[in-house]
Ligand binder design. Structure first.
Ligand SMILES: Cc1cc2nc3c(=O)[nH]c(=O)nc-3n(C[C@H](O)[C@H](O)[C@H](O)COP(=O)(O)OP(=O)(O)OC[C@H]3O[C@@H](n4cnc5c(N)ncnc54)[C@H](O)[C@@H]3O)c2cc1C
Length: 402
């Protein structure tokens, strides 16, 4: 959506295909980091964006056993917004779609599920291996749709059909966790904005969505079957152990249909592109929830791709030659972020899930963060700005159609 918006704004004809009918569904994560707010500022949209319902967190904290800790402090970042925002992803996507529609070259087609790629000279035996990608085929309620394009961009997430059909090689870095995703109502008296809670081998993250908490309960990969066998009552009790303030309200989880499992993956493509096709976001590199950075990284990819490709796309010339540059620009931040996520899985999350004993001492890095508050600026920078932050370099070519 962000790439579509930027390209249409620069005068490139864009069609975004989305398989669902609307954006109103449970996405993974709600975090809008200062890097994304900064892009909104550069686009002149920040003021309007901040009017949409959201929460602002200038610090990120956690409760580890009985210790309340602050992990990151955004208030010193060199950005206009010195906080992370929490906004349901449907509100974010609707905002971008609304702004993009002001440009006549932006087109969005909902309920269009890409199922195949179109290749040049399709009847040649090696077309799928060596041929240029020239479009996509999609399923719509009205029947099948074929779209031809100078460039196809796979931004279809961790289970990307585009990357699969393009035969791009995936390097799997492994993830030892999955997440159970559910809602529990929020009381007006719940003032605690702490995001993460760790206790007796249990980890729960609560995201404030106004009248309810979006809860993410972290489990060992493949562990959902055992949790289900133990029964819903035991699961509710586990939730209340880690987040006592939810006591009584977990009864709102009436059956397992109220609990969704989100699979966590960390992987990346060896090559993000081939002639006529580019992958960005989770389609190029699936991210773990650690740090809540995946959405923001996908947006940074979109900005880099627009900066590099808008001119060849507008001129409809030498597009393929530029595709490699997007990976060259974005691979370093991706590798660094994934390295930290894999480290956190191994060093903190895995041991925290295995250790059922009460937590008597904080791990050394957390002790240091509590003793020397200035150190909290480091995680704030890594999470809030990321490695190699992007800036909007695309022009505004079209007049807005108000
Ligand atoms: C449990 C969990 C929690 C997370 N929490 C956070 C968080 O708090 N903050 C954060 O920044 N990141 C979080 N992440 C990571 C984040 O979800 C991803 O990195 C981010 O969503 C990637 O964005 P994307 O646009 O590349 O893909 P997606 O957000 O997956 O979007 C892909 C889009 O493509 C559409 N689509 C898929 N297939 C097709 C098709 N065939 N045809 C047409 N459309 C299609 C989908 O409907 C979807 O709209 C979390 C991940 C997990 C697993």
């Amino acid at each position: 959506m962000v790439l579509g918006f930027l390209l249409a704004r620069a005068g490139v004809d864009v069609l975004v295909l989305e398989k669902h009918a609307d954006f109103l569904r449970d996405f993974r994560g709600d975090t809008i980091h200062p890097s994304t707010f900064e892009l909104m500022y550069e686009l002149g949209l920040l003021e309007d964006f901040l009017k949409r319902p959201h929460q602002e967190l200038s610090r990120i904290g956690a409760i580890i056993g009985d210790f309340a800790v602050t992990v990151a402090d955004f208030s010193h970042l060199p950005t206009h917004c010195k906080f992370a925002g929490l906004m349901p992803q449907w509100d974010f996507l609707n905002f971008v779609a609304e702004k993009a529609r002001a440009y006549p070259k932006f087109h969005l087609r909902m309920e269009a599920e890409v199922s195949e790629l179109v290749f040049e000279n399709e009847n040649r035996v090696d077309a799928r291996i060596n041929g240029r990608v020239t479009g996509v085929r999609a399923k719509t309620p009205q029947g099948s749709l074929e779209v031809r394009a100078d460039l196809v961009v796979g931004a279809d997430g961790r289970r990307s059909i585009v990357r699969e059909k393009a035969g791009l090689e995936v390097i799997d870095l492994g993830a030892p966790i999955d997440v159970l995703w559910m809602r529990v109502s929020r009381d007006a008296s719940d003032t605690n904005q702490t995001l993460g809670r760790f206790r007796e081998g249990k980890i729960l993250v609560t995201l404030d969505r106004g009248d309810y908490w979006q809860c993410a309960y972290v489990i060992p990969k493949g562990g959902f079957a055992v949790i289900q066998q133990n029964g819903l009552a035991a699961f509710r009790k586990d939730l209340e152990t880690v987040a006592p303030f939810l006591a009584g309200r977990t009864a709102e989880l009436k059956d397992w249909d109220d609990v969704k499992i989100l699979s966590v993956a960390v992987d990346r493509l060896r090559n993000w592109s081939r002639a006529g096709l580019l992958c960005i976001g989770d389609s190029a590199h699936a991210m773990s929830p650690i740090g809540g950075v995946g959405i923001n990284l996908a947006i940074q990819d979109a900005v880099a791709a627009a900066n590099i490709l808008w001119d060849p796309l507008a001129r409809r010339a030498a597009i393929d030659e530029k595709l490699d540059e997007v990976q060259k620009r974005r691979e370093y931040p991706t590798r660094m972020t994934q390295r930290l996520q894999v480290f956190a899985h191994k060093r903190f999350i895995g041991p925290a899930l295995r250790s059922k004993a009460p937590i008597r001492r904080l791990p050394l890095p957390l002790q240091l963060l509590q003793r020397f508050p200035a150190l909290r600026r480091i995680p704030a920078r890594v999470v809030g700005l990321g490695f190699r932050p992007e800036h909007v370099r695309t022009p505004e070519a079209n007049q807005r159609s108000v």
